[in-house]
Design a protein around this ligand. Structure first.
Ligand code: NDP
Ligand SMILES: O=C(O)C1=N[C@H](C(=O)O)C[C@H](O)C1
Length: 246
């Protein structure tokens, strides 16, 4: 497969370049400026339209502004598009949804297989404990831009859809702030080089249940993203998630 990795010089993109090259794919990278990663050539972003001529899939781990900028040109070129970037507002999601009318778009906030399993366990736990308090804590490296993480928002969406009523997301607490039954506390930590930890706490009836996923290296995201790209090349235009691949 000819694969274009946008964000190839980044923390995660560089792991994706290594993973895809290791599997024997022909990889080119794109970043804001030209570079080399793992002996793979990285082109400046203005070269993207030309690189798409020969591409079988694009994998994007950048920033929401870049994804929004490139989605149109990737859709025009008709190339399947795997999006790992997080932190989109509504307009960003709309741009990707529009692209999915003409190409296959697979967007996931977390390409670790364990997180897909966690989402199923969260659904089961919240369903089994309908009156318990719910609090979410996520921890990431100090370089992360968006908060809460994309995965945290996905977990909270699963909690909301399982409870059939959206809980009010309370971001940290300060001063006089007693807990309401209608809220879910969301706690964000940024420190060091933490690859990504998510913990959902369910508490009530004199007991605690904690559901935790911990990524130990970025290789887990890279493997999932390349699995997704390999799977997406055979798909019809539309909107897909990582659970479709597994
Ligand atoms: N879904 C998942 O499983 C995961 C998602 N992520 C998400 O991936 C994203 C990237 O994270 P991370 O790797 O830590 O970020 P980094 O800051 O390490 O890397 C960002 C990359 O994007 C490139 N980039 C930035 N702006 C542009 C642009 N306008 N055009 C082209 N390239 C651009 C940078 O290139 P340059 O340096 O040249 O500017 C760099 O290569 C985040 O949104 C993060 O949340 C991260 C891990 C797992
Ligand atoms: O920025 C990161 O590093 C990560 N971002 C994703 C997110 O926002 O959920 C996935 C993973 O936790 C690592």
């Amino acid at each position: 497969m000819n694969l274009v990795v946008v964000g190839a010089t980044g923390r995660t993109g560089s792991e994706i370049v290594a993973e895809a090259s290791g599997r024997g794919h022909d990889v080119v990278g794109v970043a804001t400026t030209s570079d080399t990663v793992e002996d793979v050539r990285v082109y400046p972003s203005e070269d993207l339209p030309e690189l798409l001529d020969d591409a079988d899939a694009v994998v994007d781990f950048t920033v929401p502004e870049a994804t929004r900028e490139y989605a149109g040109v990737i859709a025009e070129a008709g190339v399947p598009y795997v999006v790992g970037t997080t932190g989109f507002g509504e307009a960003g999601i709309e741009t990707l949804r529009a692209a999915s009318e003409s190409i296959a778009v697979l967007k996931a906030s977390n390409f670790a297989r364990g997180v897909q399993a966690l989402l199923r366990v969260v659904e089961a736990g919240v369903e089994a404990l309908p009156d318990y308090d719910v609090e979410l804590t996520e921890t990431h490296h100090s370089g992360k831009r968006d908060a809460p993480s994309g995965t945290a928002n996905t977990i909270l969406d699963v909690v909301d859809s399982t409870r059939e009523a959206a809980l009010e997301r309370t971001h940290g607490r300060e001063g006089e702030h007693s807990r309401e039954d209608s809220e879910v506390g969301v706690h964000v930590r940024r420190a060091g080089t933490v690859r990504g930890e998510h913990e959902l706490l369910l508490a009530g009836n004199d007991e605690l249940l904690t559901l935790t996923h911990r990524a130990e290296s970025r290789r887990v995201f890279a493997a999932g993203a390349v699995d997704a790209a390999e799977w997406l090349t055979g798909q019809e235009p539309g909107w897909y998630g990582f659970d479709d691949v597994l």
